[in-house]
Ligand binder design. Structure first.
Ligand code: CA
Length: 403
């Protein structure tokens, strides 16, 4: 089961963003130097001393050149791996076991309790990995190790480290009591320490905010985090839709919100003849596999999920598992499983070429995310092709040969 969750990636030494190179200083020198930053951020010196006494780095955390697995494979491979029938069945059972709690939190915050259950499932396999020391580690040690390694997102890592130190300094957890993934997220639903400081909630009323020992606290804290990320109560995450054959894909993209009626006028319908809930609801068109696979009108709640974890594959996995836990089936459209997917080097080549051709102005990192897809759409549109932004091998060849 553990192979199917994100904790396993610590073993493959693959991290988000390029590394800035090997650490410049020993771990013990780093701990001494970082003390000034921690104190400047309001962490008492005595707390810092206790937290770092005899601390050794986690040897399994090694920053390598590369990117998150969410970007390495086609989105359907990620979804297939995360949303198995076993995970759906166990999720439905886990929801039933805690039904009163889920419903209470749903009505207290207006966040879909099935979505919280889906986050729980994708993050920690409904808490199953929390007792496994291989995947669930002391968060302070993980964050000190990460900041020492100085991966591409070191500023964010530092902020999370300070936040985790603050939680400990406030007496909210014993040393070593903050546990989670190598990336520093906490407890059942893997809330980031900075989000926990702001949104952490004592839902069970025992006087402590505890994302690890209390499922209620964990669910309520993440519900509040989602609200902080723009989640709108009573709204769905989005809708699978059908597009007419001549649809203008330039209308796709997460910055292009329009009311549902805007898309309806252009022939967009919900699958299975379902009705939209509200014609005025603001949505954007998301086509993860261009003209080939499932297509979606997404609400702001989908963007809230991307705030929880930026990868679209993650957000779509949580969204889909939410529906599956409610009893829905798989997406109606099939993924283009036989299309040849670009490898990392080819994605880098494509970004370089799109830059050279004047369509792309962002990082050359081999991650073909929304900005790269928008650039590809621009190129396709300018060259008389269906502008679906889907980087197939054929499209790649065409662009590499063009001038
Ligand atoms: Ca509590």
């Amino acid at each position: 089961m553990f192979q199917t969750i994100r904790f396993v990636f610590v073993l493959s030494f693959v991290f988000m963003g390029p590394a800035l190179g090997a650490p410049q200083q020993s771990f013990s020198d780093f701990l001494i130097r970082f003390e000034q930053k921690a104190i400047a951020a309001g962490i008492p010196k005595s707390v810092y001393k206790v937290a770092t006494k005899d601390l050794q780095p986690d040897p399994s955390i090694k920053v390598a050149e590369g990117s998150q697995p969410e970007f390495e494979r086609p989105i359907w491979a990620y979804l297939d791996q995360r949303i198995t029938s076993d995970r759906i069945n166990r999720g439905r059972a886990a929801f039933k076991r805690n039904e009163a709690l889920f419903q209470n939190i749903g009505s207290a915050y207006g966040v879909d309790p099935y979505m919280l259950a889906a986050i729980w499932g994708v993050e920690t396999d409904y808490g199953a990995v929390m007792n496994n020391d291989r995947y669930f580690k002391p968060v302070l040690r993980s964050l000190f190790s990460l900041v020492h390694q100085r991966r591409g997102r070191v500023k964010l890592d530092e902020a999370e480290l300070i936040a985790a130190l603050r939680i400990y300094a406030q007496g909210e957890a014993p040393l070593g009591g903050l546990k989670g993934s190598w990336a520093g997220a906490l407890g059942h639903l893997q809330i980031m320490p900075s989000a926990f400081l702001t949104h952490g909630t004592d839902f069970d009323g025992d006087g402590r905010r505890d994302p690890h020992g209390s499922l209620g606290d964990a669910l309520a804290s993440s519900a509040k985090w989602l609200l902080g990320l723009g989640y709108q109560a009573g709204r769905d995450w989005g809708y699978e839709v059908n597009l007419p054959g001549d649809f203008d894909y330039m209308l796709a993209g997460r910055t292009k919100f329009q009311p549902v009626s805007f898309f309806e006028r252009r022939g967009v319908t919900r699958v299975k003849n379902r009705k939209f809930m509200d014609e005025n609801e603001q949505v954007f068109l998301y086509v993860p596999a261009g003209a080939y696979g499932p297509k979606f009108l997404m609400t702001k709640n989908y963007l809230a999920l991307k705030g929880y974890n930026f990868a679209d594959s993650y957000a779509l996995a949580v969204a889909h598992l939410t529906d599956r836990l409610k009893g829905a089936g798989s997406f109606v459209a099939d993924w283009p499983r036989d299309v040849k997917f670009l490898n990392r080097q080819q994605r880098i080549d494509l970004q370089r070429k799109l830059t050279k051709l004047g369509f792309y102005r962002d990082k050359i990192d081999g991650r073909f995310g929304p900005i790269s897809q928008a650039a590809l759409r621009q190129w396709q549109n300018a060259n008389g092709h269906l502008a679906d932004g889907f980087a197939t091998f054929d499209v790649y060849n065409m662009i590499l040969k063009s001038n």
